[in-house]
Design a protein around this ligand. Structure first.
Ligand code: AMP
Length: 187
């Protein structure tokens, strides 16, 4: 299994910018736009993820709206597998399956195309498609859990969820139904 060297971890960590009090007071927003605009940091990250997931024999990568699309689509291309978007409600044009999840105040909803992973979520062998779920950051884990439930609902299998950053003190991965890999976990 490939491991991130301390130098690589520092390159990635230093490329992510903290924005205090965004989008509201008390939240420290982890801004990955500065990682994306830093070619060395972005390549270091994508090389690491490609190396890690090469042996997983994935069928698809599912990325969460919207920052998960960037990392997911690049990784899917690197691994030669399909990319599937998990979108906020009302954005996908074909028949969808939806899942609600709770936020600090109220609810949000994510959707996936019913045939995103082929008929009944199965690949040509008849086995459930093996899917890696990816997003930029895990906080409470609510968004990722809803996305994993969608993968399950359409008949595929979420084999792991991957995050560039995890706010580990929020314990988001505790209630997650599959293994979780965080490139950088913050305590
Ligand atoms: P959660 O459902 O609580 O795990 O929140 C995860 C989603 O919210 C991800 O799509 C993140 O992009 C976003 N998010 C939550 N907290 C932050 C944060 N501090 N900085 C950047 N993005 C965040």
């Amino acid at each position: 299994m490939c491991t991130l060297t301390p130098e690589e971890r520092t390159v990635i960590l230093n490329s992510i910018r903290d924005i205090p009090d965004f989008p509201k007071p008390g939240i420290v927003f982890k801004d990955i736009t500065t990682l994306l605009s830093d070619p060395k940091a972005f390549k270091t990250l994508m090389d690491h993820l490609a190396e890690r997931y090469l042996g997983y024999e994935l069928d698809y990568i599912a990325g969460i709206d919207a920052r998960g699309f960037i990392f997911g689509a690049v990784l899917a291309d690197r691994l030669g597998v399909g990319f599937v978007p998990v979108r906020k409600k009302g954005k996908l044009p074909y028949t969808t399956v939806a899942e609600k999840y709770s936020l600090e105040y109220g609810f949000d909803e994510v959707e996936i195309h019913i045939d995103a992973f082929g008929e009944n979520g199965c690949c040509t062998t008849g086995e459930p498609a093996k899917v890696l779920l990816i997003d930029d950051l895990m906080a409470t884990g609510g968004t990722a859990k809803a996305a994993a439930n969608l993968i399950d609902k359409v008949g595929a299998q979420c084999v792991e969820a991957c995050f560039i950053m995890e706010l580990a003190f929020l314990n988001g991965k505790k209630a997650f139904p599959a293994p979780v890999y965080s490139v950088i976990a913050l305590d």
